[in-house]
Design a protein around this ligand. Structure first.
Ligand code: ZN
Length: 238
């Protein structure tokens, strides 16, 4: 069983009737709904307004993969919580950063760069699969369309990813590294661009499939304590 925590700042859906109509149970509620139909996933949610942002030591230690959606209130996530999440990633927890999470404190601190990008309102996006052999691309066609999505364009100020799994093309002509993987310590990180709050992106079957694939890819690989002891204690073979 993979233990998943879906974190959402949960502000747009509360403040705006238009966005609440798209995601009546919040973005986290929608993501939880399509994840919990999977037999191998155990899903909980956490939001900014919970004590400790819902990310206590207990919750993080009990999380294999954390999903992160934020936009308006990145600055209100206390540094102490960011540090706690970062430490947990370095020890092996998977992290999936969604859409405007590119500017979250946790993503920027793990990348070490500004994570700035070019953006524009409503456009049509064609998401291209750039690495069909990657586990996150399993079952995804060569390309799929998002009729309405916020445009995110290059240059995306990130360090060179380990893999670029998806590339987004926008009708306005821009392109974007829409699906990127990174490793930090023992943790695997996937950044995935689609997911603007005004459009029902998380109801798209391919977006859902990509997020499910990413969770299975990012789950921790446990290193036995015995192995660590053996390496520390035994001299090299002569
Ligand atoms: Zn957006």
């Amino acid at each position: 069983m993979i233990k998943v925590t879906v974190w959402n700042e949960y502000v747009h859906e509360v403040e705006s009737e238009v966005i609440r109509a798209v995601y009546p149970d919040g973005i986290h509620g929608c993501i939880k709904e399509f994840l919990q139909t999977e037999d191998d996933l155990q899903v909980r949610v956490a939001t900014l307004n919970m004590p400790e942002c819902g990310l206590t030591d207990e919750v993080l230690e009990d999380t294999d993969v954390l999903l992160w959606w934020g936009h308006k209130k990145h600055g209100e996530v206390p540094d102490e919580i960011v540090k706690r999440v970062q430490d947990r990633v370095l020890r092996g927890m998977g992290l999936i950063v969604l859409h405007s999470g590119h500017h979250s404190k946790i993503f920027r601190s793990l990348m070490g760069t500004t994570c700035d990008l070019r953006w524009r309102d409503n456009d049509r996006e064609r998401v291209w699969c750039a690495n069909p052999a990657h586990p996150i691309a399993q079952g995804i066609p060569a390309h799929f369309e998002l009729e309405h999505e916020e445009m995110y364009g290059e240059h995306f100020t990130i360090p060179n990813p380990d893999d670029v799994v998806f590339i987004g093309w926008f009708a306005g002509g821009e392109v974007f590294r829409s699906g990127c993987t990174f490793a930090r310590g023992l943790g695997k990180i996937f950044y995935f661009q689609p997911g603007h709050e005004e459009y029902p992106i998380y109801r798209n079957e391919y977006v859902q499939k990509i997020i499910k694939n990413a969770i299975r890819w990012a789950k921790p690989t446990f290193i036995s304590e015995d192995l660590i002891c053996i390496h520390a204690k035994q001299p090299l073979e002569k």
